[in-house]
Design a protein around this ligand. Structure first.
Ligand SMILES: Cc1cc2nc3c(=O)[nH]c(=O)nc-3n(C[C@H](O)[C@H](O)[C@H](O)COP(=O)(O)OP(=O)(O)OC[C@H]3O[C@@H](n4cnc5c(N)ncnc54)[C@H](O)[C@@H]3O)c2cc1C
Length: 480
């Protein structure tokens, strides 16, 4: 190891203590992997600060040294934003995992950024409230990671994106200064609402250390059904119909194309209660406050839809266990991904009325250019959000597949990232969805808040004159 690196590690030890700094050779493999590929990270070291103050000291040190850092939460991100490139220092939030306070009367929770989503959900439920943020990676994804990516997930149709659940934030800026803005208010128009700058900024503008989240009333009734429909148009009609019948209680409307359902059915112990031949499957969930009437209303609405032919088939969960099993169908995406050698993930937005045609075009072009590759289509239909996963033999096949899919998206009203963010994987396609002035303003904000470009450099946008391509060395250190 060279002297500079030794010096960095010694100073990090002074800040975060023994056992919380890992140099090259001591880094556990979990810090190197992400969900999009295997062993891709090449960190120079890992540090696990125990408090906001320690984060501040780490960033202040890195700012002085010009050392690039990448923040890591639960490492479930899908755009390679949180995996370290050569020479980057990982700042892990895993020791910032305390739920500090729940105020039931104000229905708010204050917590540290490294708390996993599932732990926060359980704490809210214990206080007889609910945290509506939810996604399949709930066991690992952290609140800080969800804020950094403005994660969407399963219940956006009713509660909005992560942004809609965040009332206050504490962020450490690139130079180590602490921006504490932890007000628990729904309304706060006193000047610019700065927290929104950091929500969805993917760790490029600041490191989120604490948050105040808005909680909702507890849901006392849960109705869940898995339906088979003949087309996406029929599914769209069902969404509007169920929203009308349930008076705003629909919390999830998850669409899965046949290929997705068939793939899930092949998993060991797969809970697939409907036959495998429907073109499209829909998971519908409605949460309410009155078990005696909500469930009846839900069942009546679905049975009327079956009678009129608006639905081809449906199973309604008769117990919490069955509801869990139906959700497992949708949540099996994690298991499907884990079994693939490599894959290209897409997470796009486009007008609901164009999704069916787009899926048809993508399938056709994929069959022609990469025959034999399975593509899974699924998504949060109520939010215009379509996910596509194309199974690959190796990551080297990803580029032509990306060009094909994004090429078909271009020319439509679109977003190349509905919810996963841009990170490194989608940076080349940002201009398909954002105008030149928009991207230029993003660069100016980055330059203003992080003039030395030490925070997740190269993610989302690259700064001109700064090295940002994969494989280049950041900061002062090289691995020896
Ligand atoms: C099975 C599965 C299902 C998923 N479903 C959904 C879904 O439905 N909707 C959805 O939106 N996403 C989904 N995701 C993606 C992922 O779970 C989210 O992006 C999540 O928000 C990432 O949280 P994390 O803690 O794992 O962050 P990481 O992966 O560790 O990091 C993600 C990004 O945030 C930055 N970051 C992390 N913590 C902080 C912090 N404290 N301060 C500043 N920056 C930080 C990182 O540098 C990186 O750029 C899914 C992923 C998987 C594997």
């Amino acid at each position: 190891m060279n002297d500079n690196l030794n010096n960095l590690l010694a100073q990090l030890h002074d800040i975060a203590g023994e056992g919380n700094v890992f140099g090259h050779g001591e880094i556990d493999s979990r810090y190197r992997v992400d969900w999009t590929a295997g062993d891709v990270g090449q960190p120079v070291a890992v540090v696990r600060p125990r408090s906001t103050q320690e984060v501040s000291e780490v960033l202040s040190l890195c700012s002085r040294l010009g050392q690039a850092v990448v923040t890591q939460g639960g490492r479930t991100g899908m755009v390679r934003g949180g995996t370290a490139r050569r020479g980057e220092l990982i700042v892990s939030t895993e020791l910032l995992n305390a739920i500090e306070e729940i105020d039931p009367s104000a229905a708010v929770m204050r917590l540290q950024a490294g708390v996993p989503l599932q732990k926060a959900q359980a704490a809210a439920a214990e206080a007889e409230l609910s945290l509506p943020m939810d996604l399949g990676a709930r066991g690992s994804a952290t609140i800080g990671g969800m804020i950094a990516t403005n994660a969407g997930g399963n219940r956006v149709v009713r509660y909005g994106m992560t942004r809609d659940s965040v009332l206050g934030l504490e962020v450490v800026l690139a130079d180590g200064s602490i921006l504490e803005s932890l007000q628990p208010f729904v309304k706060n128009n006193a000047g610019y609402d700065l927290k929104h700058l950091f929500i969805g900024s993917e760790g490029t503008l600041g490191l989120v250390t604490r948050a105040v989240l808005r909680l909702r009333p507890p849901n006392r009734s849960q109705s869940v059904a898995l339906c088979g429909v003949e087309s996406l148009e029929q599914a769209t009609g069902m969404l509007r119909y169920m929203e009308g019948c349930m008076g705003g209680q629909v919390t999830a409307f998850e669409v899965m194309w046949n290929s997705f359902y068939v793939a899930v059915s092949k998993l060991p112990g797969a809970p697939c209660p409907l036959p495998l031949h429907y073109p499209v499957y829909v998971l519908i969930e409605s949460l309410g406050a009155d078990p005696s009437t909500d469930v009846v209303r839900f069942e009546r609405a679905l049975s009327a839809a079956l009678d009129t032919g608006a639905l081809a088939d449906a199973v309604i969960a008769g117990s919490g266990r069955e509801a869990h099993d139906i959700w497992r169908v949708r949540d099996s995406i994690g298991e499907l991904l884990a079994r693939m050698k490599a894959f290209a993930p897409f997470d796009v937005s486009l007008p609901v009325g164009e999704i069916a045609a787009f899926v048809g075009e993508v399938s056709q072009h994929l069959a022609a250019s990469v025959p034999g590759r399975d593509a899974l289509f699924f998504g949060h239909l109520g939010d215009n959000n379509l996910h596509i996963v194309v199974e690959l033999e190796s990551a080297t096949e990803a580029h032509p597949v990306e060009q094909l899919v994004y090429g078909l998206l271009r020319g439509r009203l679109n977003s190349v990232s509905a919810e996963h963010g841009i990170g490194l994987l989608k940076r080349d396609y940002l201009s398909y969805s954002r105008s030149v002035p928009e991207i230029e303003l993003m660069r100016r904000l980055k330059g203003l808040l992080d003039p030395r470009n030490i925070l997740n450099p190269g993610r989302i946008v690259s700064l001109s004159g700064t090295a940002t391509t994969e494989g280049e060395t950041y900061g002062s250190w090289t691995i020896v």
